[in-house]
Design a protein around this ligand. Structure first.
Ligand code: NAP
Length: 257
């Protein structure tokens, strides 16, 4: 079987870079192309820009070049809020987005550009990483920099589902920079895990586990045309059974937003 050609966008991001590293380790199964916008970050994270294309998701012509000949697309781009200034004691930090980097521009128009280009070029499967919380328009994350980030993310998810391309939408809980492969992963839908988490566990998941779910979604047929929320049991939870069978995990998930 020939290797599947996968393009990963947001490849210099904290989860995107983990996905690229994992896919590169599976070179018998995947040929990986990565899209990043910062030469400096690419070199810092990967040592060289081999396998990277430079580009911005606002520029559709770059996407056309990058996506050509790919079988699958992993979307890990996201608007990144920046703190305005360190807060004074007792004050809450204020956040903003860079010009051109508002959630409407990145999480809606930028994701739409990627989905449209993928469709034009006959890409077969898109894996999109998003966030839990999107069913609540008043979610505090929407207030950050007046960006309505979860609203734009959900609009892009809906657009992907209606694009006709095979999709896997992974809506993560709070992301942790902790080791992966050590927890039981729990899937849900419609923010029920956020509203009513089992045994009141934290609604979080390591970025490494999310990256593994992305890789497995590219492999397991049961991940196709599914959208789900995902969190993890804490590492020290005695009731936890570490997730190893990802096909069975995806079997628990459902199609549609
Ligand atoms: P991240 O580190 O913030 O990475 C975002 C990536 O998007 C970066 O690589 C950034 O490029 C890239 N990007 C932004 N605008 C771009 C543009 N116009 N063109 C090209 N690339 C662009 O991501 P993360 O924290 O790993 O999160 C991954 C996903 O999970 C995101 O969708 C996030 O919203 C979601 N999520 C996060 C949390 C959380 O707790 N933080 C919780 C649940 C879900 P640069 O590297 O050049 O900046």
């Amino acid at each position: 079987m020939s290797a599947k050609k996968v393009i990963v966008t947001g490849a210099t991001g904290r989860t995107g870079s983990l996905v690229v590293k994992k896919l590169r380790q599976l070179s018998d199964q995947f040929e990986v192309i990565s899209l990043g916008r910062s030469e400096e970050k690419i070199k810092q994270l990967f040592g060289s820009d081999e396998g990277f294309l430079k580009g911005n998701i606002s520029d559709k012509s770059t996407l056309e070049t990058a996506f050509k000949g790919c079988d699958s697309l992993v979307i890990l781009t996201s608007a990144v809020p920046k703190m305005k200034a360190p807060p004074q004691e007792g004050e809450r930090p204020e956040f903003t987005f860079e010009p051109g980097g508002m959630p409407e521009e990145v999480d809606w128009i930028g994701q739409k550009n990627q989905i449209d280009t993928a469709k034009e070029l006959g890409i077969n499967h898109i894996v999109l990483v998003g966030s839990m919380g999107g069913t609540n328009p008043n979610h505090p994350l929407n207030k950050i920099g007046n960006g309505n980030i979860l609203i734009w993310k959900r609009k892009a998810e809906d657009y992907l589902i209606n694009s006709g391309i095979n999709y896997t939408i992974i809506r993560a809980g709070g992301l942790l920079d902790k080791p992966g492969g050590k927890r039981e992963l729990i899937v849900g839908k419609n923010d029920t895990l956020l509203i009513n988490p089992p045994n009141d566990i934290p609604t979080s998941i390591p970025r490494e586990d999310v990256a593994e779910v992305v890789v497995k979604a590219l492999i397991e047929p049961s991940a196709k045309n599914k959208a789900f929320d995902i969190i993890s049991k804490p590492e020290d939870d005695n009731s936890a059974v570490i997730t190893k069978d990802f096909s069975a995990l995806f079997e628990q998930t459902t199609p549609g937003l």
